[in-house]
Design a protein around this ligand. Structure first.
Ligand code: UD1
Length: 432
């Protein structure tokens, strides 16, 4: 496919980016995808109108809106970034395959629907293409609370006249399973204790939202959550501001890291990014807390460092494509270890097309930094890998054209416009 703008008609949207730098200016971080999708699902738990603000303009929010609408909710965008979700109680707890297969977060309707309506049927969820993503922990947790499951023909069906509290210990702090069990436990009889719960900022955001609705949750932000069940009538709709997206914040930091310069990232929260910011610092970025956000500058070649992904507060797997991209132009050799999704190295082949020297073996990658990448056509295989390709393009001589950008649109609000506003030579090419 020839994707050079003006030379031929292209079949799908693409992003063209050229080596640019230094960057300067200011970028605002939108609300967190991985928070807002769960907040939207949680609005199923109470009748009335929930208001969410700082809602990012991304395709996954549109898909979640369609899913909730198919279930019977009424969703309106009141102004950019402000959404109302009205639940009249007339909900059909059956989630259609065409929507569920598009986003992993659709699994988050399981807990609320089961707790509220006693029955739910949904297709097994889809989402990013980086390996099998089972839901056994969601199921085992809900079974411990009295639910029964039937899985057949790609559908999961769950039943529970009334869920009851339980002591649940996770083998691994799953984000999605923690969220589902917390939501279900809010409306269960008695007390649920979750040991080894996930502690991501997005889970804290969900718990705070639920507490404002009337839920009783203790230990928020720790690995041991205690949820004291309340009645349906104890919950009421609330207005809530979604936390900023830490992965998007890191994307703009990575852009400055490879292109040089200094930008102010407004709304970025250091307290959500402590460990990853330390690692950015080790690589040679300067990150200062200022009023309203974080100022990031990078004025020399990056340095190598080893990275291992871990559940929060460790380095999130979602940062890894960005960090491997940074390390591919750093001085020295780095070892990157993926501890969450063994198959999540697919974008490495794309970076190699740009001249990166990376070898993978099992869940490790050895990255030998090269002084410069060289532009080429590459493909985005998932949301974060797509953003990493864009960042790589800023460090690559000539033009890099990224296809598969529907993945980027799923999780990034106007990545191209934001990068262009700080001086990046980047354009979106729409088919036509
Ligand atoms: C969420 C994020 C995703 C992020 C991930 C880890 C959303 C929409 N997505 O995904 O961007 O990369 O957290 O920070 O919020 N697992 C099981 N059985 C289960 C559940 C999970 O084996 O029942 C495994 C998964 O396959 C994976 C690991 O546990 O290997 C982590 O999954 P989990 O923390 O649940 O991630 P998600 O909630 O799917």
């Amino acid at each position: 496919m020839n994707t050079t703008p003006g030379r031929s008609t292209i079949a799908e949207a693409a992003i063209s980016v050229r080596r640019t730098g230094p960057l300067s200016g200011q970028v605002k971080v939108p609300g967190a995808k991985n928070s807002v999708l769960k907040l939207m699902a949680a609005s199923l738990m109470t009748d009335g109108t929930t208001h969410l603000s700082n809602v990012p303009g991304i395709v996954d929010v549109e898909i979640m809106s369609e899913l909730l609408t198919a279930l019977g909710m009424r969703i309106e965008t009141l102004s950019p970034g402000v959404m109302s979700l009205t639940n009249t109680g007339a909900i059909t707890p059956v989630a259609p395959y065409e929507l569920v297969e598009k986003i992993r977060a659709s699994i988050n309707v399981l807990g609320p629907l089961l707790a509220r309506f006693g029955h739910v049927r949904l297709a097994l969820p889809g989402g990013d293409d980086f390996g099998a993503r089972p839901i056994d922990m969601h199921i085992a947790g809900l079974e411990a609370m009295g639910a029964t499951f039937k899985i057949s023909h790609g559908d999961v069906e769950a039943f529970a006249d009334r869920l009851h509290g339980a002591d649940i210990a996770f083998d691994f702090p799953s984000v999605g399973a923690t969220e589902n069990i917390v939501m279900a436990a809010v409306l269960a009889d008695g007390v649920t204790r979750i040991n080894n719960a996930a502690r991501e900022p997005e889970i804290i955001d969900l718990c705070e939202f639920l507490i404002a609705m009337g839920a009783q949750i203790l230990g928020v932000g720790t690995a041991r959550l205690e949820i004291i069940g309340v009645g349906r009538d104890d919950l009421r709709p609330v207005s809530h501001v979604t936390i900023p997206d830490r992965i998007q914040a890191a994307t703009y930091m990575a852009a400055v890291a490879v292109a040089g310069g200094e930008i102010l990232i407004t709304d970025a929260r250091r307290d959500h990014m402590e460990v990853v910011l330390t690692r950015f610092g080790d690589m040679g970025c300067q990150i200062d807390s200022v009023e309203g956000g974080l100022r990031v500058s990078a004025n020399e070649r990056l340095r190598s460092t080893d990275v291992a992904t871990l559940p929060y507060p460790g380095i999130a797997t979602d940062y890894k494509p960005l960090m491997i991209t940074m390390l591919s132009v750093a001085e020295g050799v780095s070892i990157v270890t993926e501890n969450l999704y063994p198959g999540r190295f697919r974008y490495v082949e794309e970076l190699q097309r740009l001249g990166a020297d990376i070898r993978t073996s099992g869940h490790h990658a050895v990255v030998r930094g090269v002084p410069r990448l060289s532009g080429a056509p590459v493909r985005a295989h998932d949301i974060r890998a797509g953003a990493a390709m864009v960042v790589a393009g800023l460090a690559a001589e000539g033009e890099t054209t990224i296809s598969g950008i529907h993945h980027i649109d799923r999780g990034y609000e106007d990545l191209v416009g934001r990068l262009a506003s700080v001086g990046a030579e980047i354009t979106r090419i729409d088919p036509g």
